[in-house]
Design a protein around this ligand. Structure first.
Ligand code: SF4
Ligand code: SF4
Length: 474
C-alpha cells in the first residue's frame, strides 16, 4: 500500500487512493455538519484556498441554505480575482493520428472509420490566418499521440509557423499546448519554442479505472501520465494546466484527486496549476456518452465549478464549446475565467468547413456560435471579453505570476489589457452591432481603472489603436 505524501514524486503517493477514500468518507460523514461547514466557509472567505478534504465537505454538503452561501462565495471570489473579464481562446487540432486506445475518445487507434488527418505547415498557415481573421490571439494546440506522425519536431515546427504568421493586423500571441505526456527533454524544447501553458488532462485520477479506460498504448501507464506535470516543471514549464474528463469516474473522487494534484505542485514547485479545465464527456464518432456510468448533470456541474473556484481561487478555470450556451451562461459567474469561441474540434475546419463525410472531430460542439456572437453575448451579460496574452510575454509566469495573482495585483494588468485588446478586436473583426456595444462598454469600464495614471496611459493607447497601432500591454 502507498502512503499519502503530497511532496512525493510518485503518482500513487501524491494522488493517494486511500487518502481519497478517507476524504470521501469524511465528506459523507460531515455533509450535514453545519458547524464544520460554516467553519470551512469562513476559512474560504480568506481567499487562500482550501484543502482537498475541506473542499470535499463543501462539495458533499446537502444543506440548501449552505449551498447558496457556497455559490455566493464562489461568485464573490470570481469577482475579486477576475473581475468581469473572460479571456478568449480557440483550439487548433493539428493531427488526430493516435496510437492510444482511450475508450472515450474517437481518435483511439482502433477507430477505423474516422477520417485521419494531419495538417501540413501550409494548411496550418491557412487555418491560422482564418483564426486571426476571426480575431483570435490565443490558441490551444491539440494532437493525438503518435511518435511517427506527430513527433515533437512536428509540434515545434508548427508552433514556429504559427508565431510567424502576421496577416493584416492579426497575430497569435500565445500558443498553449495540449499534447501527450512526454520527457523532460521534450518539455524543455516546448519551453524554448515559447509556449504559454502546457495542458494535460488527467482524464481520471482513479488508477484502476484509468488503466481500464486506457487499455493500450503509452498512455496506459498511469504513473507516467500523472507525473507529467512534474517533468514539465523540471523542463522549465512553470505554467501547467490540469483537468479531468468528468463522467468517467465518480465526480467526487475526481474532485479530490484534482485538488491533491494542485497541492502536490504547490508543495514541490511552490506554484499550483495555472489553469483547471472542466470538460464533460460528450458524444463523438464511435463514442456514446451514455455508455459511461458517471455522467453529471448541470446542477452538479455548477457545484463543481463553484467548489473549484473556492478551493483554488488563484487558478484560471476553462470551459470549452463542449458545453452549450445555456450551461456556459450558468457557470461563467461561478468561476470560469477563460472560454473558447467559434471553435472547430476537427483537424482543420477553420479555413474551410470540413465535408460531412470526412468527420475528424474529437467531440461534438454544443455551442456553435461564431466568435463575434460569443463576444457580443458576453458583453450583453456584463462581461469584458479579453484577448490579452500579456503575462508570459512579460515574463510573468510560474511563481512570479502566482504571487501577483494571490495578492490581487494582477488585476492592475488584466483590466486595462482586456480593454485594449477588446478595442483591437472591435476595430479589426467585430460586426457593427458588436462594435457599438463594445465601444460603450470600454468607455464605462475605463472608469473602473482605479489608478489615474494607468487610466491616462490606457486612454492614450486606445487612441493609438484607433490610429492603427497594435499590441499595447501592461
Ligand atoms: S484522448 Fe488523446 S491520447 Fe487518447 S485517443 Fe484521444 S487523442 Fe489519443
Ligand atoms: S494580464 Fe496576464 S493574467 Fe491578466 S488576462 Fe492578461 S495574460 Fe491573463
Amino acid at each position: 500500500m502507498y502512503k499519502y505524501d503530497p511532496s512525493s514524486s510518485k503518482a500513487e503517493e501524491f494522488i493517494n487512493h486511500e487518502e481519497i477514500l478517507e476524504t470521501l468518507a469524511y465528506a459523507d460523514a460531515n455533509k450535514d455538519n453545519i458547524a464544520l461547514i460554516d467553519e470551512i466557509i469562513e476559512k474560504a472567505k480568506l481567499r487562500k484556498g482550501l484543502t482537498h478534504r475541506e473542499a470535499s465537505v463543501l462539495l458533499a454538503c446537502s444543506d440548501e441554505e449552505k449551498n447558496q452561501e457556497i455559490y455566493a462565495l464562489a461568485e464573490q471570489i470570481k469577482k475579486d480575482f477576475y473581475g468581469n473579464r473572460i479571456v478568449m481562446f480557440a483550439p487548433l487540432y493539428l493531427s488526430n493520428y493516435c496510437i492510444n486506445g482511450c475508450v472515450y475518445c474517437p481518435y483511439h487507434l482502433k477507430n477505423k472509420h474516422i477520417a485521419r488527418k494531419k495538417l501540413t505547415q501550409e494548411e496550418i498557415r491557412r487555418e491560422v490566418i482564418a483564426l486571426q481573421d476571426m480575431g483570435h490571439k490565443r490558441l490551444a494546440l491539440e494532437t493525438g499521440e503518435d511518435p511517427v506522425n506527430n513527433p515533437i519536431e512536428y509540434v515545434l515546427e508548427s508552433i514556429d509557423t504559427i508565431y510567424g504568421i502576421k496577416h493584416k493586423n492579426g497575430a497569435i500571441r500565445r500558443v498553449n499546448v495540449n499534447i501527450a505526456a512526454t520527457t523532460v527533454e521534450n518539455y524543455k524544447k516546448l519551453k524554448d519554442a515559447g509556449i504559454g501553458t502546457y495542458i494535460l488532462f488527467q482524464e481520471t485520477y482513479h488508477k484502476e479505472s484509468y488503466e481500464k479506460l486506457h487499455p493500450t498504448g503509452p498512455k496506459h501507464d498511469y504513473a507516467y501520465h500523472t507525473e507529467a506535470m512534474d517533468r514539465a516543471q523540471l523542463g522549465g514549464i512553470d505554467d501547467v494546466g490540469l483537468g479531468v474528463l468528468f463522467g468517467l469516474e465518480m465526480y467526487r473522487y475526481e474532485f479530490a484527486g484534482l485538488l491533491m494534484h494542485a497541492e502536490h505542485l504547490e508543495a514541490v514547485f511552490g506554484v499550483g496549476p495555472h489553469t483547471i479545465s472542466v470538460p464533460r464527456i460528450k458524444h463523438a464518432d464511435d463514442i456514446d456518452p451514455d455508455a459511461f456510468d458517471n455522467g453529471i448533470d448541470d446542477d452538479i456541474f455548477a457545484k463543481l465549478v463553484a467548489c473549484i473556484r473556492i478551493a483554488v481561487p488563484y487558478t484560471g478555470m476553462i470551459i470549452s464549446t463542449r458545453e452549450s450556451k445555456k450551461c456556459r451562461e450558468r457557470v461563467l459567474h461561478l468561476g470560469i475565467s477563460q472560454i473558447s469561441g467559434g471553435s472547430r474540434t476537427s483537424v482543420g475546419g477553420y479555413a474551410e468547413p470540413e465535408p460531412e463525410e470526412e468527420n475528424s472531430a474529437q467531440f461534438d460542439v454544443s455551442d456553435n456560435r461564431t466568435l463575434d456572437e460569443v463576444v457580443r453575448w458576453l458583453m450583453e451579460l456584463g462581461y469584458i471579453p479579453s484577448f490579452c496574452t500579456a503575462c508570459y510575454r512579460e515574463g510573468r509566469t510560474g511563481d512570479r505570476f502566482m504571487s501577483l495573482c494571490k495578492s490581487g495585483q494582477i488585476q492592475n494588468c488584466c483590466h486595462p489589457n482586456a480593454l485594449m485588446t477588446l478595442k483591437e478586436y472591435l476595430l479589426d473583426y467585430a460586426s457593427p452591432a458588436t462594435r457599438a456595444i463594445g465601444d460603450e462598454l470600454i468607455v464605462k469600464e475605463l472608469q473602473n481603472i482605479p489608478k489615474e495614471h494607468v487610466r491616462e496611459i490606457v486612454v492614450k493607447n486606445l487612441a493609438e489603436i484607433e490610429k492603427g497601432n497594435r499590441d499595447f500591454r501592461f
